[in-house]
Design a protein around this ligand. Structure first.
Ligand code: ATP
Length: 276
């Protein structure tokens, strides 16, 4: 079926969709799953079809044109949209719905951490950025904190650059270093999943390359879901890719298939650069 992306919305039937279930083709368990997800900003329904399953220790990229709902979808996964948007349907983290009223949101966000588009270190030392959440959780032993600082900075591939200046202000770091510091801060609390919303969009190509290398290493320990506008980046680093359009996940498959043999015409048009 030929689809014209500029066609007016004509109900569901005109859209082809092709969503795979990674658990059918991959040994990794599913750590996060959305079911019948719908997200509203007031009357405006920003997500109306986004049932996806995210496999453990894989990188999944969310791609699609501006305004297609990628960030809204991502931010719903750990309830960053609380108070801003209304979320309907289920978001199952290891089988538990994160939207249940009894969920401890603070603890849930420890397990499902987020790194934002612009690096947002606290106006504190590099060391204090990493230990901030740990101290709030009652960890005070200096040797323990020192060890976590070193491990987190090493995992985020920034240790060698900052190990001699841990007491320096985080704001004195370059943008790329600040973003890797924010990743170190997110992993210091031992999350299970890392959500990243266009983490390289404010970075130069060299910093972007370092960030991508870091993410490829981190997937050995964490499940990663990343929103990116950069198609090459999605192709380089992700195992699975979901293509969003007009509030729907239209196609979801292994990244190599999305970029070489997409099944939905609109995905093909998008990855070929015909619109966006
Ligand atoms: N805080 C908000 N309040 C009201 N509407 C919003 C809000 N955030 C997003 N939207 C709307 O929801 C829709 C999806 O936006 P969203 O930012 O999720 O898309 P996106 O695919 O991430 O776009 P981009 O690639 O430009 O960041 C858009 O119509 C947008 O205007």
């Amino acid at each position: 079926m030929l689809i014209n992306p500029t066609s007016p919305h004509q109900g569901d039937s005109w859209l082809e969709r092709n969503i795979v279930d990674p658990s059918e083709r991959h040994d990794s368990p599913i750590v996060l799953e959305t079911k019948q997800l719908r997200v509203f900003y007031g009357e405006n329904e920003a997500i109306h079809e986004g049932d996806l399953k995210f496999p453990e220790h894989q990188i999944t990229a969310l791609i699609g044109p501006s305004g297609s709902g990628k960030s809204t979808f991502l931010r719903s996964l750990n309830r960053m949209n609380d108070g801003v948007a209304t979320v309907k349907g289920q978001i199952l983290y290891r089988g538990v719905d994160v939207n249940q009223p009894e969920i401890d949101v603070y603890e849930m966000r420890r397990r499902i951490g987020m790194v934002f588009q612009r690096p947002n270190p606290f106006s504190k030392s590099i060391y204090d950025n990493i230990v901030f959440a740990l101290r709030r959780r009652g960890v005070t032993d200096k040797a323990t904190l020192d060890e976590i600082v070193e491990t987190s900075l090493k995992q985020a591939a920034i240790w060698d650059e900052v190990k001699d200046s841990l007491q320096k202000s985080a704001l004195a770091l370059s943008g790329g270093q600040q973003q890797r510091l924010c990743i170190a801060r997110a992993i210091a609390v031992q999350p299970d999943i890392l959500l990243l919303d266009e983490p390289a969009s404010a970075l130069d190509p060299i910093s972007t390359g370092k960030l991508e290398e870091t993410l490829m290493t981190l997937k050995q320990k964490y499940t990663i879901i990343i929103v990116t506008h950069n198609m090459q980046q999605a192709a380089r680093i992700s195992d699975y890719t979901a293509f969003f359009n007009m509030g729907r996940a239209l196609e979801y498959n292994e990244t190599s298939k999305i970029f070489t043999r997409p099944k939905v015409q609109l995905t093909n048009n998008y990855v070929a650069g015909d619109f966006g």
